[in-house]
Design a protein. Structure first.
Length: 322
């Protein structure tokens, strides 16, 4: 199958095969993936929305409800769900398509689960490439669900245009427990499960987050009132209209102010830095001589004859001499 020819047509099989190619760690596939990415059309851009939240907050339920809300308006939606990988086996459950049963059957939706593997930041290493592939396939909105919430989850901001943080009502000291770093990058704090017995608690929690967001300094490139907090019920779809209106308002303001393009350019620069970082590490371990030096250093650390800092400094010094 000619992936370059089929992707712009919105061929779902071609998109799935292209994603498999760019996520492959085989050396022979990396060259083909690089060539594929270089030939992608650059005139297609989707709205990239990053979503994160604490476990049990209802991310999958929200994404399905929100995705169906968007497809009902004629939009094509791609969902990139990143699952945490086991540190022991390297495997992941990858059950997001099962949890989003209705959305997975929608012809205007595409759901792709990926493993985070050893990548920190709540995303998989190749998530950026997958986003570009979805844009090339003609999707209007790309939803990026991260593995969880924490200080390292801020990398999703380097991939998305708008970042939303989902929270649960009646969280007690959860407001204090959320890392300040992720609160500072969130464009929207969405309190989910605002229905039934939890509606009153959701109202109070939303007010707490709104107050906390007002204490944070307003970021350049944001309209008045952002970042902001709102309530939704993924089960009843209540509040989804407001969330989508907020996202569009933020997008329109940033595009008109020029912040949108600047943000994308900065993201590409950090993408380059990341690829350079990982590429240098791969070269270090793939070169037999370098790999032997690294293993000798590991053994010295294991024996206690060299500290980790000293061992790393000596290896770096040897490369500066060459």
């Amino acid at each position: 199958m000619d992936l370059i020819a089929e992707l712009p047509k919105g061929n779902r099989r071609a998109l799935a095969r292209a994603i498999t190619l760019v996520e492959s760690t085989r050396a022979q596939d990396r060259d083909a993936a690089s060539e594929l990415m270089a030939q992608l059309p650059h005139d297609r851009q989707a709205l990239r929305i990053g979503l994160s939240g604490t476990p049990g907050v209802g991310k999958s339920t929200f994404i399905e409800s929100f995705g169906l809300h968007l497809t009902a308006q004629g939009l094509r939606v791609a969902v990139l769900a990143v699952d945490p990988s086991s540190a022991r086996s390297g495997g992941s459950i990858l059950g997001d398509k099962t949890r989003m049963e209705q959305l997975s059957r929608d012809p205007n939706a595409f759901i792709r689960p990926s493993q985070s593997q050893t990548q920190l930041g709540g995303v998989a290493r190749r998530t950026r490439e997958v986003v570009r592939l979805c844009e090339a396939a003609g999707f209007d909105v790309v939803l990026i669900e991260t593995v969880g919430v924490g200080q390292s989850e801020t990398m999703v901001a380097d991939i998305s245009d708008v970042f939303a943080l989902l929270m649960a009502p009646a969280g007690g000291d959860e407001l204090q427990g959320v890392k300040r770093g992720i609160m500072e990058i969130a464009d929207l704090v969405i309190v989910n499960k605002a229905d039934g017995d939890l509606k009153a608690a959701a109202t109070r929690t939303c007010a707490d987050y709104a107050g906390a967001l007002r204490l944070l300094r307003k970021r350049s490139g944001d309209p008045v009132g952002f970042p902001k907090a709102s309530m939704v019920s993924a089960l009843t779809a209540h509040g989804l209209d407001e969330v989508w209106a907020d996202i569009k308002a933020l997008r329109d303001f940033r595009q008109q102010s020029g912040f949108w393009q600047t943000r994308r350019q900065d993201q590409d620069q950090r993408w380059f830095d990341q690829e350079l970082h990982f590429g240098l590490l791969e070269l270090l371990h793939s070169d037999p001589k370098s790999a032997r030096i690294v293993e000798e250093a590991r053994e010295a650390i294991h024996q206690g004859t060299r500290t980790p800092v000293r061992a790393a400094a000596q290896i770096l010094a040897s490369f500066r001499k060459t």
